[in-house]
Design a protein around this ligand. Structure first.
Ligand code: BTN
Length: 327
């Protein structure tokens, strides 16, 4: 049952001009104008800013800076049957929470989002800085029930979809650094972490985690992170609408998952990867465990493994590893 606040938001978002009179809101919700005013006050307390004009009524002037579940839901354009989403104020890791909820039997697909994470994780167990409430920390939970080798290019496919979405949404030009970094001129703005639980040769639970620096300020980040990382808002020159972007990302991730599960990604994937790949043709070092391999990146194979041509002309394949570009 939608709350009166959510119904007011729906009316304001649905109106082309953006303006809805207090009388129309009262009539559509079946409540008094005083009650409308009281619900607007509650929305202001949640971070919404409204413009009010005697002749025109109310208009949404600014959404809240942090993640807001109803605002995301109202702006979702794609919604598979049964999909649900949760926005938590704080959690250890959205990936861990999604895995716990899958383990407890929650129906998939669903998404867990958080305004802050206390133990956000990246690849190789690294910390993912997650204290900035202007950024996106999201995990998507699925039950694909397919053999693990079917999922080899999953993160890469998600990466190209996210790059395309971010490019369309912001006008910026993101790139992908194999296997899971979304980058702009060598600075990282996003990371993906896919984790699976395998049962009897089938993937039982799949969690796709995305951390995206949206409106955080790199100047506030610790150590040498400001040199290595960047937020989309900084690149765009103005803060982005985090909730609208999140709704667009959710729609794209769900669609990309469905296409992947149906095998429909296969024809488009190689060209898309090529479009966003920032490593191809560059000299790089791959750190695999404690071993370093140097060479020229020539692309990926159809299993998503990185191809590195060494000095003697031989090609090595890497399923995992950390890539550093040579200066
Ligand atoms: C990486 O670049 O190594 C991957 C970073 C993934 C971070 C995201 S934030 C949301 C989700 N929850 C986590 O703990 N990690 C992922």
């Amino acid at each position: 049952m939608p709350t009166p606040e959510n119904l007011i938001l729906r009316e304001l978002l649905g109106e082309k001009t953006g303006w809805v009179s207090g009388t129309a809101l009262a009539r559509r919700l079946g409540i008094s104008r005083v009650a409308v005013w009281q619900h607007m006050r509650k929305l202001r307390a949640q971070g919404f800013a409204f413009e009010a004009q005697r002749a025109r009524g109310y208009r949404l002037a600014a959404p809240p800076a942090g993640l807001h579940a109803a605002l995301i839901e109202l702006q979702l354009k794609v919604r598979p049957r049964g999909f649900t989403l949760v926005v938590l104020d704080e959690v250890d890791s959205t990936n861990d929470e999604a895995a716990r909820q899958l383990g407890a039997g929650r129906a998939a697909p669903f998404a867990i989002l958080a305004r802050r994470q206390t133990r956000g994780r990246g690849r190789f167990g690294r910390t993912w800085q997650s204290g900035d409430t202007g950024n996106l920390y999201a995990s998507f939970a699925f039950r694909p029930r397919v053999a693990p080798d079917r999922m080899q290019t999953f993160t890469l496919w998600m990466g190209v979809n996210l790059c395309e979405l971010v490019a369309n949404f912001t006008g910026l030009a993101p790139g992908l650094k194999w296997p899971n970094d979304i980058v702009f001129d060598g600075r990282k703005a996003g990371g993906m972490l896919t984790e699976a639980r395998v049962d009897a040769d089938q993937i039982r639970d799949l969690v796709f985690g995305l951390g995206l620096n949206v409106n955080g300020s790199s100047a506030d980040w610790p150590g040498d992170l400001p040199r290595r990382a960047v937020a989309l808002g900084e690149l765009a020159g103005a803060p982005l609408d985090l909730n609208r972007l999140t709704a667009a990302i959710i729609g794209r991730v769900l669609l990309a998952y469905e296409r992947f599960a149906a095998g429909e990604h296969l024809p488009a994937f190689p060209d898309l990867w090529h479009r966003y790949d920032v490593l191809r043709g560059r000299r790089a070092t791959v750190l695999e465990g404690s071993r370093r391999h140097a060479g020229m990146v020539t692309g990926i194979d159809d299993q998503g493994a990185l191809l590195l041509r060494d000095e003697r002309g031989g090609t090595q394949r890497f399923r995992a590893g950390e890539v550093t570009l040579e200066k």
